[in-house]
Ligand binder design. Sequence first.
Ligand code: HEM
Length: 201
Amino acid sequence: MMMMEFRVGDKVEVFCILGGGFGEDLLGGGWVAASISKLYGLEFEVELRTQLDINLMKLGVGASELRPQLPPKIYTLAEVAEHNNSKDCWLVIGGKVYDVTKFLDDHPGGDEVLLSATGKDATDDFEDVGHSTSARAMMDEYFVGDIDVSSFPTKTKYTPPKQPHYNQDKTSEFIIKLLQFLVPLAILGLAVAIRFYTKSA
Ligand code: HEM
């Protein structure tokens, strides 16, 4: 049996089979990031850091099944973008980098959508589909590192074209409207006056 090399507070990765009372979506096994909060002989009280954010207490795992957790590697978007084909496909989702090469053939949404989501932040594409919690739980299996968000292209702000400067002075407009009203009135008045004058003459 392996010597106990872990202490309370250590960050570890635990291989475990999850299921039953821990959430129906978590059936299956896999490496998950965890921190040890208490030690019970060969059993550990661990707090899982999964996408589902489940606090799993008193999960029995053997010491031989623990391995120290290395800090995640940080990739730039340019580095991730090099993995953009069916033989080597990486995705950026939620600030994390996933190598989904082995998943391409099994992805229920098809490999094309995954390939078209390479080389960019695919978070919106992923969220727009409304992936289930089991889909999210699967992601840990493909996690390879974090993304350096400063490597994302800066969004260019849209500035609308400047409006032409209209003449704000409405005086001349008002005079024209007034004349349009007064001139016909004056002509009418003149006509009535002439008729009146010629009749009385
Ligand atoms: C590691 C990343 C991904 C995993 C593990 C994953 C997993 C899955 C799973 C398990 C499903 C079945 C439905 C569900 O359970 O939600 C699914 C469906 C689907 N996924 Fe993904 N997916 C990933 C990334 C993506 C990305 C980036 C896109 C889009 C660019 C995408 C598009 C789709 C589509 C279109 C469907 C089909 C939805 C339907 O037919 O209703 N997936 N995915």
